[in-house]
Design a binder for this molecule. Sequence first.
Ligand code: ATP
Ligand code: XMP
Ligand code: GLN
Ligand code: MG
Length: 541
Amino acid sequence: MSNHVRRQAIVVLDFGSQYSRLIARRIRENHVYSELVPAETTLEQLQREKAHLDIRGFILSGGPASVYDAQAPRCDPAILQSGLPVLGICYGMQLLAHQLGGHVAPARGRREYGPATIELQSAASDQGRAAEIFAGLAQTDMAGKGRSLKVWMSHGDSVDQLPPGFSVLARSESNPCAAIAGPGGLIGLQFHPEVTHTPQGREILRNFLFRVCDCRADWTPGSVIDETVAQIRNRVGEARAICALSGGVDSAVAALLVHRAIGERLTCVFVDTGCMRAGEPEQVVETFSRHLHIPLIAVDARQRFLARLEGVTDPEQKRKIIGEEFIRVFEEEALRLAQEQGPISFLVQGTLYPDVIESAGRDTASTATRIKTHHNVGGLPEEMTLQLVEPLRWLFKDEVREIGLALGLPEEWVWRHPFPGPGLAIRVIGAVDEQRLETLRAADAILIEELRRAGLYRQVSQAFAVLTPVRSVGVMGDGRTYAQVVALRAVTTEDFMTADWARLPYDLLTRVANRIVNEVPGVNRVVYDITSKPPATIEWE
Ligand SMILES: Nc1ncnc2c1ncn2[C@@H]1O[C@H](COP(=O)(O)OP(=O)(O)OP(=O)(O)O)[C@@H](O)[C@H]1O
Ligand SMILES: O=c1[nH]c(=O)c2[nH+]cn([C@@H]3O[C@H](COP(=O)(O)O)[C@@H](O)[C@H]3O)c2[nH]1
Ligand SMILES: NC(=O)CC[C@H](N)C(=O)O
Ligand SMILES: [Mg+2]
């Protein structure tokens, strides 16, 4: 990387706030690259492991702990003394104060949860660039006072004594230290600028990026493409690679990037696991060869996946079996190809940031707990002969789509709903067999067909059918039925980390339910899932 201009970045230290990821997104929306790292990451570690980044500043996120507790997470003091700007948010601000010689205590009667108004203080203008955090934001009223901002608070502790050299930038009715600043670009905000309930939060973060840290807004899809291609070239060198290609947008974008980097030394491998949707394997092969000019091998692995899944009902076990079987297939294909082309050392996957975070497995940059093992992350076997290349590992879905468009991937592909690698195996609840898969395929195809016909496919982020293990009593043609229940799921979401159920029109739901009960043998009832994520997840398993 030595002769590349290093990418400017803001590093977010994650102290466990629900909003940590949101902070990183807000920064990236401003075309500045940002990465989330665990709270305990040291400056020395960052300099070693992130040598390709030109770190312009740090953000310490909020978090559930109280700084005065013995086990509370701390920040490496070297980060606070690095001379780079540091923005502490909520817990982050309290930590800044605590570690630099100030004092934090329970706010007793003055806890603030929800909306609050802060008054900006002029006394702090001597803090140089740190005072720029509110630049251009609040207007002075006619009486020359009341420079106030609406913000959103969520804290039970507060700073009651400033560290030496700090001053107060803003106060709220119940909290004399709502924002503080210290020398060299140290800033603490007791409120949350990253949430939309702080109306001017985006401007505040922009001030931090462009006035305090002096960042360039040059992290765009185009620059990501160039940088990523260079990184892949460095990593893979003259070796050969295969790309696990699913037909989804992530692996297509990964394949295009790697193809740019190493050209004909890349071959794509699509695996038919037997858990694909109706007509999907044929469609993937057809679309791929029409649009991408990269060699593709389609492997029929239906027998082996279904044999290994037989009788397995536990969702995590299903995911692990599938993750492992995928890798075994890729290894076998790599060996076979090697006989024609020479050794293959790398496996490219379209792994995204949310896959990594939710699996909380391999080198996760988050203190988050494991929700489910994504087949391509936590589901990987311990021993692997191929080295992984995951060029999208730090990106969110919407960013990958932007890059896909910039790379010329057709729109219909870019906007395809995600489909999980384990496929219908995690949508047939309970044991998976060919007959139950066939039932689900038929129901799912009806839902998608009607959704498209209603012109709503693009407005919904993901939609699918689930075959429940429940049987219910029905009456059809005057006879009693005792048959299976299909659930429909449709969600809207920006990044698939949180989601709301889609308010599909009743007419559409009616049509889908009627058609499923009439056309799919063995189903006599259809229900619609109206849970959001959280507390549910998008998939049922
Ligand atoms: N049937 C498959 N054959 C080969 N590789 C697959 C298959 N299914 C999944 N993968 C690999 O696993 C990765 C993760 O799957 P995931 O579903 O998250 O991404 P995707 O399929 O590329 O995109 P999308 O999220 O839009 O479905 C893929 O990017 C791909 O590398
Ligand atoms: O490639 C994948 N391998 C997996 O093992 C996996 N599990 C869930 N998903 C997809 O991830 C998104 C979030 O899903 P959940 O809310 O169910 O966790 C949704 O889009 C899911 O479809 C997966 N994708
Ligand atoms: N949201 C937060 O970061 C909370 C910080 C701290 N635990 C408090 O209650 O004040
Ligand atoms: Mg997929």
